[in-house]
Design a protein. Sequence first.
Length: 166
Amino acid sequence: MKIEIELYGKLRSVEMIRSGAGTQWTVDGRALHAHTLEVSPGVYSILIDGESFEALVVPQEDSDLVVTVASHTYTASIHNPRKWKPNRGLGTEAEGPQQLRAPMPGKIILLLMKAGDAVEAGQGIVVMEAMKMQNEIRSPKSGKIKRLLVIEGQTVNTGEVVAIVS
């Protein structure tokens, strides 16, 4: 997943790639040897190049975060290119329960939602990798995720049902 973080007025590109070997991070295209673990809600243990840090992350309104690390407090704004923007090409919403199907063969690399979560029309539910590109499978309607039928790392075929939204 790739996001942009604004810190001290400078926009930084941060990419996180999950694999069987762990999570790889890049910041502005440079590899960062870091391991992260959420130890409790909003509290993260971070190991960067052998040095350990604890970070407290408190979400604010919109996409701002207040992050405290080693007695220093930072305010960051998240610019997520995957974030759903209203009226982005959707017409009317679908009605009744909807099955979301894989548009092509690929591998599920990230679950953005879980069963029971509320979802808006056009919001991403899963990210799949196909033909070396990451693609979001989005909800055709507002409602709740009734079922997720895939897990991270699972390979899917064209037309395979990945989720049901009711």
